[in-house]
Design a protein around this ligand. Structure first.
Ligand code: UDP
Ligand code: MG
Length: 336
């Protein structure tokens, strides 16, 4: 096989229920793209699945060895680490990421390619419908988009959709990024010179359940926020300053009003009269402390400098670099 033009990167975590349907729809969609002149490869990253996903992936690899590569992680390192590992393998001039659960229809990939060929080095996507998820997921998704929009300089209409295209240059920049626990689309946006967005169809998860719990979703958004903005930290210094200055002004105001007779603690009590205010301020302080902790934690992870993922093995046809015709059999390449 020649060097492909398009590399499709798909993270897989416990997706045995959807993989057969994914294969049945993905490959025909890509074959149609290939027929139109863009050769492709698919890179699946098994993110430490505990179900039959690895077996299904390996089986598919043996069916379409010339266009399929499998990266097997030694454990669960998260969706974005999986995409990072996929990016390290990309051979095409353009990479497309996709979720395995068919929420991003493979039939929409060509739309991203059209935008890429029109000169955009990064093509984001906007889901035209968010069906099939619990209502709170839709509401949370809207709220988180709004918060991210205000706290970072990342302009993404819809951060929840992973169906996106990245030019080779951006993939390489992302590969050079040593940041832990990052958010690929935001990183790509940061590096992009001509970003754009297209509207893509969105479906229910074809089968299985979301691999993100509410906590993990929150975690991901904390990573996105603290990874791309210092504003959360700065808000707390501003807030602290405002409360401090406000209390001094209130104290002075009270003194003037009462003819400079009121002792300090009476004035403070007037301020903190109601328990509710105290609870609020304590809550603020703890929240602020937590945010500082988020950044300290990030710094800690970064200085620890552990690998972001560990690869068990990569399964691909040998001699992939050579023109088609070689009768190579599937082999496992150990990267240990
Ligand atoms: N995923 C992964 N590792 C994880 C969690 C998820 O590789 O730890 C993959 C998952 O298999 C899917 C994609 O990331 O291909 C998105 O996950 P999911 O559909 O569960 O997220 P949601 O759509 O609910 O946000
Ligand atoms: Mg999903």
């Amino acid at each position: 096989m020649m060097i492909p033009q398009l590399s499709v990167v798909i993270p897989v975590y416990n997706e045995e229920a959807v993989l057969p349907e994914l294969f049945a729809r993905l490959y025909p969609a890509l074959d149609a793209i290939a027929a139109a002149g863009t050769s492709y490869e698919v890179i699946f990253i098994n993110d430490g699945s505990k179900d039959r996903s690895p077996a299904l992936l390996l089986d598919q690899q043996s069916k379409r060895p010339e266009v399929t590569r499998i990266v097997l992680f030694s454990g669960n390192f998260g969706q974005h680490a999986a995409i990072m590992a996929g990016f390290a393998q990309v051979r095409g001039e353009v990479a497309v990421t996709l979720d395995a659960d068919l929420q991003n229809p493979p039939e929409e990939i060509h739309k991203l390619l059209t935008a890429y060929h029109a000169g955009h080095d990064y093509v984001g996507s906007i889901r035209d419908l968010r069906r099939g998820d619990a209502w709170w997921r839709g509401a949370a998704s809207k709220a988180l988009n709004a918060i991210r929009e205000r706290t970072t300089s990342i302009k993404m209409t819809d951060q929840g959709c992973m169906l996106r295209a990245y030019s080779r240059r951006i993939v390489e920049l992302i590969n050079q990024t040593r940041e832990v626990r990052t958010f690929i689309p935001a990183l790509a946006y940061t590096y992009s010179m001509t970003p754009t967005e297209v509207v893509v169809a969105h479906a229910e998860r074809a089968a299985g359940e979301s691999k993100y719990s509410l906590y993990q979703l929150l975690r991901l958004n904390f990573d996105l926020m603290t990874g791309f903005s210092l504003l959360p930290l700065q808000i707390f210094s501003l807030l602290g300053m405002t409360v401090a200055v406000g209390s001094v002004i209130t104290y002075l105001g009270l003194m003037i009003y009462r003819g400079f007779t009121l002792p300090f603690w009476d004035a403070m009590r007037a301020l903190l009269d109601r328990d509710i205010l105290q609870f609020f301020l304590t809550g603020m302080v703890l929240f602020g402390l937590g945010i500082v902790g988020e950044y300290v934690g990030r710094i800690y992870l970064q200085v620890r400098d552990r690998p972001r993922y560990v690869i068990d093995r990569i399964v691909e046809q040998t001699g992939t670099e050579f023109p088609a015709g070689a009768s190579d059999i599937e082999t496992a390449r150990n990267l240990a």
